[in-house]
Design a protein around this ligand. Structure first.
Ligand code: ARG
Length: 463
């Protein structure tokens, strides 16, 4: 058997190279190559700082800076020779830099460690993805606003327990999701502000004796400030966990909307028609048009939530500071990010394209005794009944209608008066669904005037 040679980066004390299985479990290059751009940006900022502080000559720093750009272009054009023997993106980049520029490459790692390096790279990656999530959420909210504005006064059933409850408006229902994704947006922004502290310069864990300038590297990489405790800086993965928990909540919202689209697009509901662009057919049943995108989005919450749980479990038992366990952070975050972005984009497309069936919505809203609460409120307002009595009288009228196989507006006045003698013809004004929704003008209520006011508020916020 040939004995592998020891690692060129850290193998000084090793007589032999790793077992093949050791290499397989240890190497992260298969996935952390996605950090290449961030790794090179971090190294360029570090090299420039080393020169500015006199730790490195300008000549060496320049060779490093230029060489790193060459490495980046090799990676971007796909000609870079990734090597599992070099473990991870950090050592792959540095080894290639050495091929390109020789000796000065070995000076780049002065005053830093892979521990602060990986924390910095990964934070930059997560930050980019928070920015992408912000854009995805904004696009989705805009699509919802467009739907809401078109159908601000379209009447549909509002549900509790998925039972017809009270009539509401299409615009109101769309705007409920705008609120949900709006909270996701605010969580994304909070997380970004909190995580924006630079780990670089924490070195392995204790800081460094070189006279580095952490303010300078932090600023160059767009961070607000350097992280204040070097032990924390290399062992913190809160930023990844916050990303995953924000993604989990947002995916849950996407999943709830997906569930509604699946129900609404069924032949039994016919509330919406999804576009061909976001549906699929069946290979055996020619009539089928399936809401696959909605179903897949609904399923994505499982893996995103799983990623959050997985990283929580990785982190929960780790003594300070860095442990190799933390290398398991990346695949979870990459997978969750990819699927969250895809789910947001697919949902935006579905919402943009879908067509609400105004007649079906209205028809469904007009069944199921949906104006019973309006009737009870009328008994309180006009006849002065205590609400509990009004509730009871209305319940009897619903039972009567059910027995006759009709809805509340179809009852005769004389039938109603047999339950409560003071009821007058005026009651029929509140039994229609139009009047019902138009009357709910309390702040945040379903009346079209309120819905339009909320749409305007959102438009102002998005300006
Ligand atoms: N590939 C490693 C990771 O992702 C980089 C940090 C390695 N640090 C170390 N001390 N071995 O976590």
């Amino acid at each position: 058997m040939t004995k592998q040679t020891a690692n060129a980066m850290w193998g000084g004390r090793f007589a032999a190279g790793p077992d093949a299985i050791m290499e397989a479990i240890n190497a992260s290059i298969g996935f952390d190559q996605r950090l290449a751009a961030q790794d090179i940006a971090g190294s360029r900022a570090h090299a420039a700082m080393l020169a500015a502080t006199g730790i490195l000559s300008d000549k060496d720093a320049e060779a490093i800076g230029e060489g790193l750009l060459t490495v980046l272009s090799e990676i971007e054009e796909g000609s870079f020779p990734f090597s599992a023997a070099l473990e991870d993106i950090h050592m792959n980049v540095e080894a290639r830099l050495k091929d390109l520029i020789g000796e000065p490459a070995g000076r780049l790692h002065t005053g830093r460690s892979r521990n602060d390096q990986v924390a910095t790279d990964f934070k930059l990656w997560v930050r980019d993805n928070l920015d992408a999530a912000e854009a995805g959420l904004l696009a989705l909210i805009r699509a919802l606003l467009t739907q809401a504005e078109a159908g601000a006064d379209w009447i549909m059933p509002g549900f509790t327990h998925l039972q017809s409850a009270q009539p509401v408006t299409w615009g109101h229902h769309m705007m409920a999701y705008a609120e949900m994704f709006g909270r996701d947006l605010s969580r994304v922004r909070d997380a970004r502000a909190r995580m924006n502290e630079c780990p670089l310069g924490a070195a392995a864990l204790a800081g460094t004796s070189f006279p580095i300038d952490r303010e300078m590297t932090a600023k160059a990489l767009g961070f607000d400030r350097p992280a204040a405790n070097s032990l924390d800086a290399v062992s913190d993965r809160d930023f990844a966990l916050e990303f995953l928990s924000v993604a989990s909540i947002s995916a849950m919202h996407l999943s709830r909307l997906s569930e509604e689209l699946v129900i609404w697009s069924s032949a039994q509901f016919r509330f919406v028609a999804l576009s061909d662009r976001f549906s699929t057919g069946s290979s055996i049943m020619p009539q089928k048009k399936n809401p696959d995108a909605a179903e897949l989005i609904r399923a994505k919450v499982g893996r995103i939530f799983g990623a959050n749980t997985a990283l929580m479990m990785v982190m929960k038992g780790l003594a300070l500071t860095y442990s190799k366990d933390m290398q398991e952070d990346k695949e979870q975050v990459f997978d969750a990010a990819d699927n969250w972005m895809l789910a947001m984009a697919a949902m935006e497309g579905m919402v943009r394209d879908m067509e609400a069936d105004r007649d079906s919505l209205l028809g469904a809203a007009s069944t199921g005794f949906s104006t019973a609460t309006d009737l009870a409120d009328w008994l309180v307002r006009v006849l002065g009944l205590p609400f509990r009595d009004a509730h009871h009288v209305t319940g009897s009228l619903v039972a009567m209608a059910e027995e006759k196989g009709c809805d509340l507006p179809d009852l005769h006045l004389s039938d109603m008066q047999s339950v409560h003698g003071d009821i007058t013809q005026d009651v029929f004004d509140v039994l229609g669904v139009e009047n019902s929704v138009a009357s709910r003008t309390s702040y945040g209520g379903t009346a079209p005037v309120q819905v339009l006011a909320q749409i305007e508020r959102w438009k102002d916020m998005l300006k």
